[in-house]
Design a protein around this ligand. Sequence first.
Ligand SMILES: O=C(O)CCC(=O)C(=O)O
Length: 247
Amino acid sequence: MNTQAFAFSVDAERYREDGFQVIPGVLDESTLAKARAESDRLMELCGSNPEFYGPRIEWETDHLAPEDHDGMHRVIRKLEPISDLSPFFAALALEPRLADPARSVFGEEVGLFEDKLNLKLPGGSPYPWHQDWSCCWRAHTDELATCFVYLDDADEVNGCLRVVPKSHKDKIAYPFKEGSHFEIDTASFDQDLSVALPLKAGDMIMFDSWLLHYSDLNRGTSPRRAIIYTYYPARLGAINDNRFPPS
Ligand SMILES: O=C(O)CCC(=O)C(=O)O
């Protein structure tokens, strides 16, 4: 194992044991203000030209139950990718405070596999229980660490992340709910073991690609935006080439 030291290393053993780690205060107030402004700019850019930016937009109404559609028409749920539209978010991904935790877990330099903005504005949709590897990344590697940074204070009212500690262990692909290739059947694990991760804006959660996680509808009046970067060990090469259609 490479024992290279990084400025913002985490306790890799603990991360491997729990499948996630909270790293407080990775974004200071001034960077947070810039990140929120950049998030607003991208929302406006993509939302004003959905024909052109369509492949990178997810709309709330495609994910909300019909009874929750009121006021949510043309509201963006997610933008992905974003780094190619935003020099700010491209540079932020490689900042030591954000990327060093993943570097320290892999023991080497990392590449960026995925980058996205999950907006979860008031009324924004849930993410049902899932494991990123089983729903989305089977065709790629599972050596992936996702760094999820809140751009707003998050709690259980506005839909903070919830995880099942240690559910990544032994790389068990939990069964999908019938008819789904994304959502895990909640009868297959004990939801009482899950923990909510209410945190402050600027705090980060790094988690394993096998970890069970979930977030609820935003039932509050404040947004719960997050910037999400997923990293892989650089030795794997350019594994994310052509993952996204150009627009
Ligand atoms: O934004 C969230 O609350 C959850 C995001 C998530 O789980 C995902 O993008 O895979």
